[in-house]
Write a protein that binds this ligand. Structure first.
Ligand code: S6P
Ligand code: ZN
Length: 195
């Protein structure tokens, strides 16, 4: 048998309820409210009003018990609720993996956009149930709910990947996803928005 500095966890079955975004067995749950998304939406006064007006939950991330440590392969289900701030769709914070590692997203419910940015190039992939989006190493990624119902997806990623949120605050994501006549309009970040 292989010897490891940190022994891997034991094999197990994971039951995924896509309608309710539950995992069994389940690990930690992360809740992100509007107040956790400071500096991300273009319309700051609209964001401030939403924070003052009940500070709604924008998204939750339910994880399996697989730990985020090297060699393990954690999974989580993200649910982004529908909504807009100043015309911009509700979205995740977005991050880079400090250890450049790939990741896959499997659509479970609703309709979403996967915005990818490598510092120069931007890609936009639309994810619906049954569709897998591939995030190559080195691409920052943000998810956006572009529909009228909760958008849910399963993420599977290397446990060593990590999450760098500061990179997105500094470099932006290249494009913003706005609602326009029930369509998605992708607009560039302006240079003045970036620190
Ligand atoms: C982890 C993976 C997802 C996100 C989740 C929330 O590598 O990409 O589980 O963590 O969708 O997004 P964020 O940007 O707040 O971590
Ligand atoms: Zn990631």
């Amino acid at each position: 048998m292989t010897s490891y500095a940190t022994p891997p966890i034991s094999p197990f079955l994971l039951t995924l309820d896509a309608s309710n975004a539950t995992l069994e067995p389940q690990g930690s749950t992360l809740v992100r409210r509007m107040s956790d998304l400071g500096g991300l939406f273009a319309d700051v006064p609209a964001w401030e009003r939403a924070v003052a007006d009940g500070d709604p939950i924008v998204y939750t991330v339910v994880s399996s018990p697989v730990p985020e440590i090297p060699r393990e392969l954690p999974q989580s289900v993200t649910t982004i609720h529908p909504g807009t701030i100043g015309g911009e769709f509700w979205m995740t914070k977005g991050h880079q993996h400090p250890d450049p590692q790939g990741e896959i997203y499997l659509g479970l419910g609703g309709c979403g956009g996967l915005l990818l940015f490598d510092g120069e190039r931007t890609e936009w992939l639309e994810i619906t149930p049954g569709v897998v989006g591939y995030i190559p190493p080195g691409w920052a990624h943000r998810s956006v709910n572009i529909g009228d119902e909760p958008y849910r997806f399963l993420a599977v990623y290397p446990g060593s990947a990590g999450h760098d949120y500061g990179w997105v605050l500094k470099h932006g994501m290249g494009l913003r996803a706005r609602k326009s006549d029930s369509q998605v309009e992708l607009v560039p970040f302006t240079p003045t928005e970036l620190g």
